[in-house]
Design a protein around this ligand. Structure first.
Ligand code: SAM
Length: 287
């Protein structure tokens, strides 16, 4: 008799045992493929923020649940205070994260410990510019199924603008660190694009063939012009010789709950940027 290939999960829809990528039903799969989304995370517990550019764990969870199955390995080279680790642990995936700044790293260690995950959820302190050696020194030999991350948006945190004033008033950092190897401290835009790409060359090395990568980033406005950081990130990673990622798509995160600031009023065009890009790449090596 032929083995059953479809499992009916009721309200969730039907799950195919032939599904190569995730544990989602067809209905859930299709829902995620829309090119934009609005995310309404549950309110954070007070006292946990401490990072100026934290993304919601529930948003990362949606991506992890699409691009991996339970027990898979997720990687995060710009961990911050550990949102990706929490999202992976909450969805029964293993995860390794790297963060340069000691304070953010320490916060991630506390957050992970508190949750007592059954899977391996490992925060590391160090420079992702040396991620291959850092992983191997820490005994992590396996390759990853999926990476989701948000690198510094070039010099965005350092700029003296209205959004920075708001961060300052909230007691959030307006600079990640003064470390030379902090990607956010690279002054020249082209140098930033190249150094960022070099880190993703190493992510390529530690990713399984056909594994996906999602980068959450944005274009940035600086000194009266737009620097197409999201677009240049997309382009640069696809032009790395044998380490070229294949760009698959973009998903646009619409932030319709941010206050409109009075930018450039009565003077010149300055937009209120209320969206971010989630760039989706895949490693595809032909035998
Ligand atoms: C946009 S934030 C990521 C925030 C994170 N997604 C979260 O939700 O907490 C970028 C992070 O990259 C870190 N970083 C910058 N350069 C780094 C490097 N060379 N290696 C590792 N981390 C780095 C910064 O300290 C910062 O915490």
């Amino acid at each position: 008799m032929k083995k059953k290939e479809i499992i009916d999960l009721g309200e969730r829809g039907k799950y195919s045992l032939k599904n190569k990528i995730n544990n989602l039903t067809g209905k859930e799969w299709i829902k995620f493929t829309k090119s934009w989304f609005i995310h309404r995370p549950p309110r954070r517990n007070g006292g946990e923020i401490l990072h100026p550019a934290k993304f919601p764990e529930t948003l990362v969870e949606d991506f992890i649940k699409f691009f991996t199955k339970e027990n898979d390995w997720v990687f995060e080279p710009f961990m911050g205070t550990g949102s990706t680790l929490i999202a992976a642990g909450n969805s029964n995936r293993n995860c390794v994260g790297i963060e340069l700044q000691k304070n953010y790293f320490k916060t991630s260690v506390i957050r992970v410990k508190e949750r007592k995950y059954k899977k391996k959820v490992i925060p590391l302190n160090g420079d992702s510019g040396k991620l291959r050696s850092l992983l191997s020194e820490n005994g992590i030999k396996n390759k990853f199924d999926y990476t989701i991350t948000s690198p510094p948006y070039w010099n965005q945190l350092e700029r003296n603008n209205l959004r920075q004033k708001v961060r300052d008033e909230l007691g959030l950092d307006t600079k990640y660190s003064s470390a030379k190897n902090d990607l956010g401290n690279i002054k020249n835009y082209e140098d930033f694009i190249e150094e960022q790409a070099k880190i993703f060359d190493q992510v390529y090395d530690v990713t399984k063939n056909l594994g996906y990568l999602t980068i959450i980033t944005n274009n940035v406005y600086f000194k009266g012009r737009l620097f197409p950081l999201a677009f240049d990130t997309a382009k640069s990673l696809t032009q790395r010789g044998e380490k070229s990622w294949v760009l698959k798509d973009e998903k646009i995160w619409l932030q319709d709950d941010k206050p409109l600031l009075a930018l450039g009023v009565n003077n010149a065009w300055v937009g209120n940027r209320h969206h971010q890009y989630c760039l989706i790449f895949r490693k595809e090596v032909n035998d």
